[in-house]
Write a protein that binds this ligand. Structure first.
Ligand SMILES: *Cc1c(COP(=O)(O)O)cnc(C)c1O
Length: 443
């Protein structure tokens, strides 16, 4: 029995998929205690867009620490915070013609979502918030009420109110524009749905299965919001910071959300950090109304600014993400065509991609097999049916190719075995007999 089995709560999740003891990481690579190397296609669920321990930020962080820069400062003005705000304005907001004020919440995505929902309700005086099927916005109660997943919702232990679910883009099939339904519902005083304070949406649903909304759908959603004077909140916690090929995931569609939540990769170095971007006239908070001890992580201000300086001073990084994203899409399409019996499909945008294997068991066999071959990769979606490709954006071409080769080989092996295997047999017992050295690595 390991120390983790003995003393760490059963709530562990990723640790179950990747049962190793990790102790070192660099860029897109992770190493376990035994020195085995893994390619990281999970990247902290989108927190490590710039890789593990990025040298460009590490030096600045170490320098800041050695100079006794402020570590904790509640929400005091610090030099590090000021420099981040300046860089964010210069490198991100100004070039995109965006006008927001920034609120630093407790350093988790869910706390940024809580603040966004609270502000929207206070400003509009309405309680209801529209969220979407398969949406994921965090697991604290307010955010959880807008999250779709029944496994997470079921753990709440209280009723989750104040939110109505609407069908996301594509939920009712390809030809159906679900914003038309939203429009109808909001315009009908007998629809049973109260006029909401806000709509909260991910432009690409990360945990929900890499469902990408089309630019047209997002534009329609924005115009429905404007029509009924409902605030539009984009939750860019996972899709933001370059993942889709632009800094914000909504840039391609040209929409201008009223409120944007950011976290995960915003801190740059994997440090806890969260921010709400607020249209200036909506910033009607009274001092300390939404507070927190860890508002604005000063280490993260330093590394977040470094990320903006190093990667977002021009459009080279964005172009590189788009290039790699197209390659990923091509490779996934090949895999779907070669092994999926016509059932597999690809999804996503930029370097936020997925392969829908339809069957969650099959997808998890594929990811376990890939891990045995040195590729850390997870599934997402309602039934964990989508293999989620979420590698660091800074990954080298060679390692991107290598990771996809490992994935392709895993799919080929699993799908080939699957079709010859009698229904009842325990697949992994059989694999252990055939390839003992591969499964040994994973345990
Ligand atoms: C991860 C995530 C959250 C929650 O962030 P935490 O830091 O886990 O609380 C919220 N929204 C989206 C879209 C996410 O991907």
């Amino acid at each position: 029995m390991t120390i983790f089995d003995e003393f760490e709560s059963a709530v562990q999740s990723y640790a179950r998929s990747f049962p190793c003891i990790f102790n070192r990481a660099k860029n897109e690579l992770l190493y376990d205690e035994a020195g085995n190397e893994y390619l990281d296609f999970l990247a902290g669920a989108g927190t490590l867009n710039y890789g593990h321990n990025n040298d460009l930020f590490k030096a600045r962080l170490v320098e800041y620490i050695m100079a006794d820069g402020i570590t904790h400062g509640l929400d005091l003005h610090t030099k590090a915070k000021g420099e981040f705000l300046e860089a964010f304005n210069e490198r991100i907001l100004k070039p995109r013609n965006l006008d927001y004020v920034m609120q630093f919440t407790g350093p988790t995505g869910t706390n940024a979502v809580e603040a966004a929902l609270k502000l929207a309700r206070n400003v509009t005086g309405r309680e209801n918030v529209i969220s979407f099927t398969n949406g994921f916005h965090g697991v604290s109660l307010g955010a959880l009420a807008t999250t779709g997943n029944s496994h997470h919702r079921g753990a709440a232990g209280v009723s989750l109110g104040g939110s109505s679910r609407m069908p996301y883009d594509g939920y009712l099939g390809d030809g159906v524009d679900t914003t038309a339904y939203l429009d109808k519902v909001l315009g009908d005083s007998s629809s049973g749905i109260d006029l909401p304070a806000a709509v909260i949406v991910e432009t690409v649903q990360g945990e929900g299965g890499i469902n990408a909304a089309s630019a047209e759908w997002l534009q329609q959603l924005e115009s429905v919001c404007r029509k009924y004077d409902v605030l539009l909140i984009v939750d860019d916690v996972q899709a933001g910071c370059g993942r889709t090929g632009t800094f914000f995931s909504f840039e391609e569609s040209g929409i201008k959300p009223d409120i944007v939540t950011m976290s995960k990769s915003l801190g740059g170095y994997g440090l806890p950090f969260a921010m709400v971007m607020i249209r200036p006239d909506l910033d009607q908070w009274k001092p300390g109304e939404h507070n927190g001890t860890f508002r604005g992580n000063n280490f993260a201000f330093v590394t977040a600014k470094a990320a903006l300086d190093e990667y977002w001073a021009d459009d080279r990084f964005a172009k590189d993400i788009q290039r790699k994203g197209e390659y990923v899409e091509k490779r996934l399409a090949q895999m779907a065509a070669a092994y999926g019996d016509g059932n597999f499909s690809t999804r996503g945008r930029g370097m936020f991609r997925g392969l829908n294997c339809v069957d969650g068991d099959l997808a998890s066999k594929i990811t376990r097999k890939a891990f045995a071959n040195g590729l850390m990769i997870e599934t997402s979606g309602a039934d964990d049916q989508v293999v989620k490709i979420l590698c660091p954006l800074i990954i080298t071409d060679a390692n991107l190719k290598k990771g996809l080769d490992i994935l392709a080989a895993a799919i080929r092996d699993i799908c080939a075995k699957e079709s010859e295997m009698p229904e009842e047999s325990d697949y992994f017992d059989n694999v252990q007999l055939v390839e003992p050295e591969l499964t040994a690595l994973a345990s």
